[in-house]
Design a protein around this ligand. Sequence first.
Ligand SMILES: Nc1ncnc2c1ncn2[C@@H]1O[C@H](COP(=O)(O)OP(=O)(O)OP(=O)(O)O)[C@@H](O)[C@H]1O
Ligand SMILES: [Mg+2]
Length: 624
Amino acid sequence: MDDHDLELEKTRLISLALDFGFDEESAKKCLDRMVQLYGEDGRDFITVEHCGDDFLATLAESMQDTEEWDDLQAIESEACGTLNNLFDKDVLNSHEVDNDGNGRNYINVIDDSPEKHPNFMQLDSSSDSEDLDFGIRKEKNVKSTLSFTDWSSPVLNEGSSKTSSKSVDCRSSITQGSIPSVSHKKHCPRTSKVEHETLSYEVLQALDDFELANVVIFGNRTFRPLQHQACKAAVAKRDCFILMPTGGGKSLCYQLPATLQPGVTVVVSPLLSLIQDQIITLNLKYGIPATFLNSQQTASQAAAVLQELRKDKPSCKLLYVTPERIAGNLSFLEILKCLRRKGQLAGFVVDEAHCVSQWGHDFRPDYRGLGCLKQNFPDVPVMALTATATHSVREDIMKALRIPRALVLERSFDRPNLKYEVIGKTKEPLKQLGQLLMDRFKNQSGIVYCLSKSECAEVSKFLNEKCKIKTEYYHAGLAPRQRVAVQKKWHMGEVHIVCATIAFGMGIDKPDVRFVIHNTMSKSIESYYQESGRAGRDDHPAVCIALYQKKDFSRVVCMLRNGLKYKKESFKTAMTQAQKMQQYCELKADCRRQALLNHFGESFDQKACKYGSNPCDNCLKTSS
Ligand SMILES: Nc1ncnc2c1ncn2[C@@H]1O[C@H](COP(=O)(O)OP(=O)(O)OP(=O)(O)O)[C@@H](O)[C@H]1O
Ligand SMILES: [Mg+2]
């Protein structure tokens, strides 16, 4: 390469750095060092194609990294502690949850029942006024009592979706009372009217087993699209791949059939914090026996679970495991084989299935090995579920899990009630954020996502002190007690806004979140879809705003570099994903909803956004 070409390549590399939001001076310095390092012999490799990624990585490393990136591992270890506490103290059986700061979640169970049996559930039809969206509360005025005397006795015969005689004796109980009310449903606009009505005996009689269980056990009035089909497929022992939007109700697709079928359903979930939330909800809210196994458990805790699984008819209906429990774990495989022999292995569930694929946004190597399930248990059905998968990721998942002929139940990823917007940051971005909150989101519940721990604290302080907007901040570095306190205040409406890293939100299911603002762009479209998807889970309109400036992109690169260190390939993939997010932010006229959905391989007519009830900012511009 001659001098002229080298200068040209250097200009291209500098412009690459600028595109990624780095400043020119640092980029030039870094490039000079690199050219020196490559020497005369390496000149030919000074091109964007050859060393572009290395250049950005080195540049990211050379930046004065003043930001403290969040450590999600801390939350994971803590979730393990909480789960251990729950089972150690047998609190699930006594319906009380430790609320001394060890738990990520605040649980408040008020149980007037003299009975303390885990298989016993009381539900009420009237008092849904005092609900805790986050905590779980048993209503006081119990009208109807549904007793599930033996979870291990099947409601459904294998392979059939109907039983002649119901082994759950709830129909007769229902006639005396009415149907349970469950807190979140009163926020749902489409059904809110009927939620407060009582289902008549005739209506109940007409329901099939799945519908009845949905009403009686889960307190839902109706199924959401595809839930019914998913339940039927699971009971019919079909492999199934379920694609539904964030908050679409994927859990019910496996939890309901798991409660109706004989045996144990094994659920693989990537995070202990998610497992923790599910276990608490299942045991305390729905009264469904569920337990977990993971590598951080003490030997005696694991032994207790394994002992239960060795019984002829284990009482637990769902067993949650993290993937490393399965991949290459021969003793666990033996337990599963034993369950199978006894006819007590109902099925496998792979939740957050995008983790299987390295093309997905959250690849977990241990998920990759989950194909061993189908290999060892060809006749046990596998259900995979995700809210974020492109076409190539889907194919990759089905191949890796060895379920090529799975029934694919796919719903649009579109969240019609969410309005997507991007706002360019001004020279005073914090002031701008404060103004935005005051002008548009006064007294509304929302999240302001920040990239680092320091950003959270800084943004929250500014809003509190300079704008007089009451906020709290949240990241994994806070003491557990503080984090619980913040969550509790937010859920109770004492504080409306939390400035948080992505640590806030895992497993959170608050229905009335009216806005999610990203103070710094997300690291990928998938992450953005998940994070913004925490808005409007009650189906009411909600707004998702990304505040954007090019400079922030270099911070995302620094963070990625920091997290992935020397894993060159992953860094490269991560940067490509971040670039796509940047492109989304820089769309000038194209529909943002369409861009998001196209990313997942879904074709979407822009008109549906433009003429829909919540058009994105670009569609709104072009329609006037
Ligand atoms: N049929 C239904 N009727 C009313 N509410 C429902 C129904 N199904 C699920 N829900 C509620 O919707 C909320 C979201 O459900 P769930 O957590 O299963 O979503 P998800 O699809 O797993 O979302 P994510 O992608 O964020 O994990 C929960 O509060 C759940 O109780
Ligand atoms: Mg889920």
